[in-house]
Write a new protein. Structure first.
Length: 514
């Protein structure tokens, strides 16, 4: 165990929570000197007028961004996947997801993306009928699954039809299945509908759509269902959230009992999304619990955000206000990191991207604002973060191809927590001692510099590399002159992942005798 940062799970979780709670925020935290965040500039990708669907980030740091782009006449939509490796500022590969039929257009609605443990990405796309209202299989709408590999290339020649739901909502891995939610099924009927397909490659088998019986719930008489987010609960039930652009709803359902409703909640004058039919990111679940993000709204577009923690049987605790500015004309995205820290991203009408972070369930928040760089914000902003917070936010361009405006990618970097300790702090001239420490989150092989405070500034006197656990050590030689010398450890930056950060300052006393 390192003397400054213990390796027990409880202490480690506290360290990561401290780290994530301050990510993206300038100033000192718990006495730790910080560099000014100087956020990475955003950069354009894709075709003009592209509307982002969603994004995922692999453990390697590679981001996969899916978007729908229309042809110049704005009549035919195709889905593309942009692959952005860790630290890159452009697509290394752009992959077209070819339609099953040249006359069948991808819908303008976002798609759902899931990343498997092997780095392969499953993508669900909703397609529209052709101009005569026909799909190749006679259905009103189709859900097509595509798979791209870790490098972004399409696996197979095209996708596979795995469902019949339109207005597709969010999708999750549930056991060995992929389950997704929609506001209607292939007949166009209203209602909250769930469909599943095997997640192990045994296609094209899929289940019949299951319309959830909402009788006795506040949503029993509702016909329109927008958004559609779903998460799995620890008890293996599913929690679903959606809105009708006026009121927000949530239900817990039991998949083992034909998706029977266990309990429900309603919030009048609140919404989960502003994009009818699109996957929302209003629900997030992780080690600290399950949360729902709502917007107080009378028009479905603008209003303050609030966070609710899930209790049980379809019910939530008291709403907690998310601070900062009003979220205008942009979807909000809720994300829970592996430490239990929460991140909320949203756009404002003023053209900015806002990040609110909380490591205590919403009791305290820190806020950081990015410049968006998009003249007219669309209603889509999809976050994709690793468990410790590094990743990207994908913002829509809006408009049409003729507008010439591109979607943009905003890298979100994470601060590193750095420790330094000397085996001996009292040395004779020229004597050596061991400097060691720990960096979190760990990044095996990344350089750590030990610096001495000299008259000309901080000077690097030695370097080490992190182990898989983030530990490092090196031998430091005392100066030849007596006196007190100050040192710090610098965790160097990692493109697309980490800022430069420093340990607290530590002193060594050099004397003729120790």
């Amino acid at each position: 165990m390192h003397p400054l940062l213990g390796r027990t799970s409880a202490v480690g979780a506290a360290i990561v929570a401290l780290l994530l709670g301050s990510a993206g925020i300038s100033g000192a935290t718990a006495g730790m000197p910080r560099t000014t965040p100087n956020p990475e500039p955003n950069f354009p990708i894709g075709l003009p007028g592209a509307a982002p669907a969603t994004a995922v980030v692999a453990t390697s740091g590679t981001a996969f961004l899916a978007y729908t782009a229309y042809n110049s006449s704005d009549t035919f939509g195709s889905v593309y996947v942009c692959t952005v490796p860790r630290g890159a500022r452009a697509c290394s590969k752009t992959t077209l997801l070819p339609p099953l039929n040249s006359k069948i257009s991808a819908s303008g609605e976002p798609v759902s993306m899931l990343i498997a443990s092997n780095g392969y990405v499953d993508i669900l796309v909703t397609t529209y009928p052709d101009t005569k209202g026909h799909q190749p299989d006679g259905q009103y709408a189709d859900t097509i699954k595509y798979v791209v590999g870790p490098g972004g290339g399409l696996i197979g020649k095209t996708g596979v039809r795995v469902g019949t739901l339109d207005s597709q909502g969010d999708a999750i891995f549930y056991g060995r299945q992929i389950v997704w939610v929609s506001g209607s099924d292939d007949t166009g009927q209203g209602g909250l509908t769930v469909q599943a397909t095997p997640g192990d490659g045994t296609f094209p088998h899929f289940s019949d759509p299951v319309s959830i019986d909402l009788a006795g719930t506040p949503a029993a008489k509702e016909f329109y269902f927008y958004g559609g987010d779903v998460v799995a609960l620890p008890n293996k039930d599913l929690l679903l959230a959606w809105d009708d652009l006026s009121n927000a709803y949530a239900v817990e359902v039991n998949p083992a009992n034909k998706y029977k409703v266990v309990g429900s909640s309603e919030w009048k004058g609140e919404v989960t999304t502003t994009s009818p039919g699109s996957p929302t990111s209003a629900l997030a679940t992780g080690p600290s619990g399950t949360y729902l993000l709502l917007r107080q709204s009378t028009d479905g577009f603008s209003g303050k955000l609030e966070l609710l923690r899930y209790t049980s049987s379809g019910h939530f605790g008291t709403p907690v206000s998310v601070p900062a500015t009003t979220a205008d004309y942009g979807d909000m995205t809720l994300y829970e990191l592996g430490s239990g820290a929460l991140r909320v991203f949203y756009e404002t009408y003023a053209g900015t991207l806002v990040q609110d972070s909380s490591s205590d369930g919403g009791a305290k928040w820190t806020t950081y604002t990015f410049e968006s760089g998009i003249p007219e914000i669309s209603s889509n902003a999809a976050a994709a973060l690793l468990r410790f917070g590094a990743g990207v936010v994908f913002e829509g361009a809006g408009g049409t191809p003729s507008d010439g405006v591109h979607a943009r990618v905003q890298p979100v970097l994470v601060h590193q927590l750095v420790s330094l300790i000397f085996k001996s702090t009292k040395l004779t001239p020229g004597q050596t001692t061991t400097a060691s420490g720990l960096v979190g989150p760990a990044d095996s092989g990344q350089k750590v510099d030990v610096q001495e405070d000299e008259k000309t500034g901080w000077v690097t006197i030695g370097s080490a590399t992190e182990t898989a656990s983030g530990s490092w050590s090196l031998t430091v030689k005392a100066p030849s002159a007596t006196g007190t010398y100050n040192y710090r450890a610098e965790a160097t930056p990692v493109a697309g992942w980490f800022f430069t950060d420093y340990s607290p300052t530590h002193s060594i006393v050099v004397a003729k005798t120790t």
